[in-house]
Design a protein around this ligand. Structure first.
Ligand SMILES: [Zn+2]
Length: 400
């Protein structure tokens, strides 16, 4: 396959050849080979494809059915639990698949989704998402994180821990949980690390998703990961209350997070909606301390979290929308915001990354914009999306 007249991030005009899953040639005026498919990019920007490192596909598009009038996190959780009877496995499969196809059309080729695993819905979400993973295996890399309920520690946590074991055995990739909602956050961190060690999988924890400056379980998590020498990847999502600390405390915790090798995912979309409702002055922003974390060397990706459900009534399934929010709320430069929803997000997910050069895996997209800033500003159309050298979404006719 030959992509003619692509614009690269440095504004250079190049043709790019893809053979099987690999970029094999980048140059000017590359001649078409016999029987080669050719697309004319007409100066559109060619970049790596995008990734969504934190989704809840089992809840996508529930906003019409389940309301959250209080608008906060507990309001959303209670609304979900009281509406479990309205949700079936088949319905979850249909909504999740719809969300994935929407995201792929927006340039996403890798998604990590959390799947509720509680005593109310058992493994229903995991099984639904495993079916969705089978149905979409040709177009996206889908990672399933079993989001365990609480409590997790002691004898009271036995049932939730057993659900975690069953979820991994059923095919979930990694374990998750919400230590900040547990009566014993440290106990939950210990239990999750032990369980992930036992099941030999990674962790992605909803961490400190609140603006209470007196509660920070991220530091405890970082210390325990370092002390135990836990060998699989650990991600801390949200980490909102870190932003409520003094700068010295932020730095101290960020250094421990960096030492532990924990990645952080900031989720401006959903946290701007859910957080800070109980405090009017000064009103918190609901986002983690992105600048301090990045300055300390912590890998920070940006995700969307929820998509039109009780946790976030809006969203277009477009990481460029999240990148735009990161520019406004986390003050990232456009290039950094783009990386946070593409290469950095893929690194957090343990996936390889793509630059436009020979030998790279062809996870690519064309965006109808002249540069990254404009692509983010306009969330411009992505007429061609490629995963491992295969076109997974196209609104562009081949010219030959
Ligand atoms: Zn989440």
């Amino acid at each position: 396959m030959l992509l003619k007249n692509c614009r690269l991030v440095d504004a250079a005009k190049r043709d790019v050849r893809v053979e099987k899953s690999i970029i094999t040639e980048v140059g000017e005026n590359i001649r078409q080979a016999p029987a080669e498919t050719v697309f004319d990019a007409e100066g559109m920007i060619l970049t790596s494809s995008l990734a969504e490192p934190h989704a809840h596909l089992d809840k996508a598009f529930l906003a019409e059915r389940i309301e959250n009038p209080s608008g906060d996190l507990m309001g959303a959780i209670m609304a979900m639990e009281s509406s479990r009877g309205l949700i079936t496995v088949d319905d979850t499969i249909a909504r999740a698949e719809r969300a994935i196809r929407l995201m792929v059309g927006n340039g996403v080729t890798a998604i990590r989704t959390h799947a509720d695993v509680t005593e109310w819905n058992d493994l229903d979400s995991v099984e639904a998402l495993l079916e969705v993973k089978r149905r979409t295996s040709e177009i996206v890399d889908l990672q399933i994180c079993a989001l365990l309920g609480w409590p997790l520690s002691g004898s009271d946590g036995r049932h939730n821990r057993e659900l975690g074991r069953r979820a991994i055995k059923a095919g979930a990739d990694i374990l998750g949980g919400c230590p900040h909602l547990d009566e014993d956050p440290s106990g939950a961190n210990i239990a999750l690390l032990e369980l992930a060690d036992e099941m030999n999988c990674g962790l992605d924890l909803h961490t400190d998703e609140h603006t209470d400056a007196n509660r920070v379980s991220l530091e405890d998590l970082a210390e325990r990961v370092t002390q135990t020498g836990f060998k699989n990847a650990v991600t801390a999502s949200h980490c909102v209350s870190l932003a409520m600390q003094s700068h010295d405390t932020q730095r101290r915790i960020a250094e421990k997070v960096a030492t532990a090798g924990i990645s952080v995912i900031a989720l401006p979309h959903t946290n701007l909606f859910l957080q800070g409702r109980e405090t009017t002055t000064p009103q918190p922003r609901g986002l983690t301390a992105v600048a301090t974390l990045r300055k300390t060397g912590v890998r920070v990706a940006i995700g969307a979290d929820n998509l039109q459900d009780p946790f976030n009534p809006i969203g277009r399934g477009d990481p460029l929308e999240s990148a735009g929010l990161a520019i406004l709320t986390a003050h990232l430069l456009p290039q950094d915001a783009f990386d946070a929803v593409s290469s950095v997000a893929r690194q957090v997910m343990g996936l390889d990354t793509t630059t436009i050069s020979v030998g790279q895996t062809a996870n690519l997209m064309l965006t109808r914009a002249a540069g990254l800033r404009e692509a983010i500003a306009t969330t411009a159309e992505r007429p061609l999306v490629m995963r491992n050298g295969v076109v997974v979404s196209s609104r562009l006719a081949a010219v030959n």
